[in-house]
Design a protein around this ligand. Structure first.
Ligand code: FAD
Length: 245
């Protein structure tokens, strides 16, 4: 698959700008809005559960460069020309969240990408997925597409129990919800797990939080090569993200 069977396969795609229209609107939880978009998806490819597309918004100041925000292709069907995106609704709402909150059936959205995919092999004994609300689209997609019997543990940090989602999976999944409102601590939740050595850990969420989780995993002796951590947003900074590995 790659140079050894523990490294991800990286694939590049032609970048294309697409115009889509909102065709479905579902509030999954009080703060998670699902929009299904329809349009020409010819050539659209997304092989990795944590791929992202760029949502393009025109600059209110009139600048030529669009404002861009990253979102996970939660599900897609190229034949039917359908793409599903899940928006974690947050305050202060930036351009992406504002657009999603106001989106009506028929509204237009321009997207670009994914520019590429990173595909992790299905050879690890165990997969640990740790994330906040912004990571739930990737985690949900991973669970829904995982092979039967694959051992997956999820630590999902959300505001409160109303933000829990239900996923269908063939994997042997242990899904643990953590609540910010109840001061649940992700590091203690990691310490409470019994895990095999051959593990791939994926972490995504607020950048400082994801960095703390990654440092904790390093300190506990997890193999750094088996940790993929990313900041999906940065408190106080619009449009920010960070990849640590
Ligand atoms: C690879 C990748 C995939 C992603 N996939 C998804 C996805 O599928 N669904 C999704 O909802 N998000 C996803 N995100 C996160 C999303 O891109 C950011 O949350 C983005 O900042 C939202 O844009 P915005 O215009 O709403 O807010 P911005 O203009 O970027 O930010 C406005 C303010 O809100 C704060 N903020 C941003 N996000 C949050 C948040 N989640 N909670 C609280 N405050 C926040 C910022 O710090 C800033 O102060 C992904 C990020 C990456 C890097």
């Amino acid at each position: 698959m790659a140079e050894d069977n523990r490294t991800p396969l990286r694939v590049r795609f032609e970048l294309r700008r697409r115009e889509l229209r909102v065709v479905e609107h579902h509030l999954l939880t009080p703060h998670m809005l699902r929009l299904v978009l329809s349009g020409d998806l010819e050539g659209f490819q997304s092989l990795g559960f944590d791929d992202h597309v760029k949502l393009l918004f025109s600059d209110p100041q009139g600048g030529e460069t669009p404002i861009m925000r990253d979102y996970t292709p939660r599900a897609f069907d190229v034949g039917k020309g359908r793409l599903t995106l899940d928006f974690a609704l947050h305050e202060p709402a930036g351009p992406a969240t504002q657009w999603a909150l106001q989106a009506k059936i028929g509204d237009r959205l321009h997207i670009g990408g994914p520019r590429g995919s990173q595909v992790w092999p299905d050879v690890f004994d165990h997969y640990l997925l740790i994330g906040d609300e912004t990571a739930l689209p990737a985690i949900g997609r991973r669970l829904e597409t995982a092979p039967a019997g694959q051992a997956i543990t999820v630590l999902a940090m959300v505001e409160n129990a109303a933000e829990r989602q239900t996923w269908t999976t063939k994997a042997d999944a242990d899904i643990r919800w953590l609540y910010r409102a109840e001061a649940d601590d992700v590091l203690s939740a990691i310490d409470a797990l019994t895990l095999p050595e051959d593990i791939l850990v994926w972490v995504a969420g607020e950048a400082q939080w994801a960095r703390t989780v990654r440092t904790h995993l390093h300190d506990k002796g997890f193999n750094p090569k088996g940790i993929k951590a990313a900041g999906y947003w940065l408190k106080g900074e619009p449009g920010a993200h960070a990849s640590f590995d």
